[in-house]
Ligand binder design. Structure first.
Ligand code: SF4
Length: 117
């Protein structure tokens, strides 16, 4: 299999090509620095994204509070993450960085408030 990716680790945006049948035999070309290698491997075999969304909040004029994960979570969990935050309702006051869920979807990543209200 052949995959072409744009590395998003830094603004250079190198075009990386990965030829592989398994993780072990992957041949990676096009990266300018070594940080592109784990990025390309993760993108092919274990893609992850930082999750951002909003949750309901009461006690203020605003109806929603922006939230985000403190790190990337598996891309396959993004729909489940959206369902999980839809079930959360907070009450003011909330400070930016407050932990809303400690171990979000068992990923060892926290879900935190992205704004103070
Ligand atoms: S391969 Fe290195 S230089 Fe190229 S975009 Fe990725 S991190 Fe930046």
């Amino acid at each position: 299999m052949k995959k072409t990716l744009i590395c998003t680790v830094c603004p250079n945006g190198c075009e990386i090509e990965v030829n592989y049948t398994t993780r072990e035999d992957a041949v990676i070309t096009g990266y300018t620095c070594k940080r592109g290698i784990p990025y390309a491997i993760d993108e092919c075999f274990e893609p992850k994204r930082t999750f951002t969304s909003s949750v309901k909040i009461t006690g203020t004029d605003r109806r929603m509070l922006p939230v985000r994960t403190t790190g990337p979570i598996p891309k396959e969990l993004l729909m489940k993450a959206a369902e999980a935050v839809a079930a959360i309702t907070l009450e003011v006051p909330v400070k930016c960085g407050d932990v809303i869920v400690e171990n979000f979807l068992d990923t060892d990543v926290k879900l935190v408030a992205a704004m103070s209200l």
